[in-house]
Ligand binder design. Structure first.
Ligand SMILES: C[S@@+](CC[C@H](N)C(=O)[O-])C[C@H]1O[C@@H](n2cnc3c(N)ncnc32)[C@H](O)[C@@H]1O
Length: 214
């Protein structure tokens, strides 16, 4: 089975309990804080077309919608199970005028060139089979003056974080197929000017602001 199907099947299986794990207080509270900061960093004026890559159950779509007037936010994913949850959320929160959830693979996106004003990806790049290809696609579909916010996990900034990093990295790899040992910042630098705007847990969680290289 191709890697894409494996990833989609895995998230299909997790879709029904993903939110309960994600909102479990010890995990959920800091995550919510980090995600709110990432949304603030989009610096939306209200008219933008925003893309949320690997939207999952669409937890950030209502928050982004609150910042939009004429604009729209599209959450994409390759897991139909996760998209179903996302669409239920859009319906329950009555935000269908600003938000939608669509099937799209960020490794081979169907969106045209220069289409989005802003892109956001929360904890997605470390789960993608080919993050380099995803970065190329992001640079293609983002408008040249647009910006992308990436919230994700990685190696600690100093040795104090190491005792925590290795058990977390190994369990994330085994149970979540999440690659915390990837240098997402370096991969993004192939196409973008990258600025680290937030750092949490000795840098093991970070927010990057990315602008297309001139
Ligand atoms: C760890 S979850 C993050 C979900 C959400 N962004 C959050 O912060 O809770 C990663 C998501 O990326 C999706 N995904 C994986 N590969 C993808 C791809 N090639 N294109 C689009 N989405 C993908 C998965 O199906 C999953 O829903």
């Amino acid at each position: 089975m191709a890697e894409k199907e494996k990833v989609a099947n895995r998230y299909d299986r997790w879709a029904s309990f993903y939110d309960s794990v994600d909102t479990f207080p010890i995990v959920g509270r800091p995550q919510e804080k980090w995600k709110n900061k990432a949304i603030d960093a989009l610096d939306l004026s209200g008219e933008e077309r925003v893309l949320d890559i690997g939207t999952g159950t669409g937890r950030i779509l209502p928050k982004i919608s609150q910042h939009l007037n004429e604009g729209e936010v599209i959450g994409i994913d390759i897991s139909e199970g996760m998209l179903k949850r996302s669409r239920e959320r859009i319906k329950n929160k009555e935000i269908h005028e600003q938000a939608s959830a669509k099937y799209d693979d960020i490794l081979d996106s169907k969106f045209p060139d220069n289409h989005f004003d802003s892109i956001i990806a929360t904890f997605t790049f470390t789960t993608l089979p080919n993050p380099r290809k995803a970065v190329e696609e992001c640079a293609r579909i983002l408008k040249k003056e647009g910006s992308m916010i990436v919230l994700d996990t990685g190696r600690p900034e100093n040795s104090y974080g190491k005792p925590l990093f290795y058990p977390m990295m190994i369990s994330a790899k085994i149970f979540g197929r999440t690659h915390m040992d990837r240098d997402i910042e370096q991969i993004l630098e192939n196409e973008f000017e990258v600025e680290r705007i937030n750092s949490h847990m000795v840098g093991m969680v970070y927010t990057l602001k990315c602008k297309i290289k001139k």
